[in-house]
Design a protein around this ligand. Structure first.
Ligand code: FE2
Length: 291
């Protein structure tokens, strides 16, 4: 018997029905993908990273409101680092924290998958590589990772967007993998998406200019079809795969429970990665193999 090609070995996780659903809807929910104990270990690791973080005088806020204006050098330099971004409502006008540091971070980004051994191991697990192969990303590169806390009471809304607005390749190849480290409900800010919305094309492009300013270019000014939005509540351990063009958002967390998630974005090495992407790395992005 001849050797199986690597491609065939990898095509093991998803049924053809699941792949068809992803192609139709632009997203796919896989319940129970991450065992509870592993979710807890990643959540604890995220907490340890925050505990070790010394904010100093740089307090960068992450908000999806007017992102071109609110993007700073600390953010633009985070493509190959582990950096910490605060919730807007965690900091007073004077720059002081109004909640404990552990409850103040909106997200950590954007290279945990390369720089932190636990997130590296989790991100490059064979079953993650299989999902990515099954969903059609050829020669995948792990480009970006984030821990999103969605803190109790103050976890900010993430406005409607397509991930390809912020990570663009030619042709489009971005795939988002969103792992629920805690239960995500309509109360604590679960994802919402528009089924099939990925077929309408890209609506805007977030561009890093030569002078390191950023601009949001509108490509299609037609409004989103909000009425078509569906909530995607999931239990801890679920994986939601998101096509780079599917419109999605999450509401503010008004509840007393956090909604932590780990998200990973992959692109294809076969696509060009324009210099106009905000995310730059001194060391090129790697795939699923060992360093
Ligand atoms: Fe997104």
């Amino acid at each position: 018997m001849g050797r199986l090609s690597p491609r065939k070995v990898e095509m093991t996780m998803l049924t053809s029905e699941q792949r068809e659903r992803f192609a139709r809807d632009g997203f796919l929910v896989l319940d129970g993908f991450v065992p509870d104990a592993e979710c807890d270990a990643l959540r604890a690791r995220a907490d340890a990273l925050v505990a070790a973080f010394e904010p100093g005088s740089v307090r960068s806020i992450f908000t999806t409101e007017d992102q071109a204006r609110n993007t700073d050098d600390y953010f633009l330099g985070s493509g190959d680092r582990v950096r910490f971004f605060f919730e807007e409502d965690a900091i007073s006008r004077d720059g002081e924290l109004v909640v404990p540091k552990a409850r103040a971070i909106n997200k950590i980004g954007h290279a945990m998958h390369d720089l932190d051994p636990e997130f590296d191991r989790f991100s490059r697990a064979p079953r993650v590589a299989s999902i990515v192969a099954d969903l059609g990303v050829v020669e995948p590169l792990l480009l970006q990772s984030m821990i999103i806390f969605k803190q109790p009471h103050i976890g900010g809304e993430v406005r409607f967007h397509q991930d390809a607005t912020f990570l663009h390749t030619e042709p489009q190849s971005v795939l988002g993998l969103w792992f629920a480290l805690e239960d995500a409900t309509e109360d604590n800010g679960c994802l919402w998406a528009i089924p099939g919305g990925h077929r309408a094309g890209l609506k805007s492009l977030f561009v890093r200019n030569d002078d390191d300013t950023t601009t949001m270019h509108t490509l299609d000014s037609a409004p989103w079809e909000d009425a078509a939005l569906v909530p995607l509540p999931v239990r801890k351990g679920a994986l939601i795969a998101l096509h780079g063009l599917v419109p999605h958002m999450s509401k503010r967390n008004e509840s007393p429970r956090s909604r932590a998630a780990y998200s990973l974005h992959v692109v294809s090495a076969r696509s060009a990665y324009p210099k106009t992407n905000w995310l730059r790395r001194a060391i090129p992005a790697r795939g699923f193999g060992a360093a």
